[in-house]
Design a binder for this molecule. Sequence first.
Ligand SMILES: [Zn+2]
Length: 180
Amino acid sequence: MEEEKCIFCMIASKKVPAKEIYEDPMIMGVLDINPASKGHVIMIPKKHYNNIYEMPQEEFLQYMSVARAVGYAILLSLAPNNVEMLYTKELTKGSVTPHALIHLIPRYNDDTVNHVWQPQKMEENDFTAVENAIKSAIEKVKSTDVQKPVKPANEEQKKPENVVKENKPQINIPRKVVVF
Ligand SMILES: [Zn+2]
């Protein structure tokens, strides 16, 4: 899909209004206008990628880190039981998104979110074939730039005021954007 026709690119460049809850130079977080549950957020990389596998490694790690921080902010502010992080090109049947996205879906006891699949029976031989196929692909992936070493964490991120608590997701969200 051409970027000028991509709805998420249009949201990122503010040609289409959205309920923004987070923004930095690379990433935008907006409320889904047809939420799966209260507080359903879509994390949008501003640059157009058809899927997460097209993103450079470092950019993807930053993207995931921010998505986790925003998910943690949802936990703090709305108190769901959990916040699911869902990467999908097809959240709803028939609605294919052309732009790499991560959905943050808060889960509550009384929500109507339902991930359904029919567990399949698989023969031992088939397991072995699948196992071998993925293992050999992993060897190929290791030799591509997907596995390039990541730079050490930015010293900036280690400043005490940015650290919430040991072992908790780090939140880099400016207070003016998200108020708890
Ligand atoms: Zn796009």
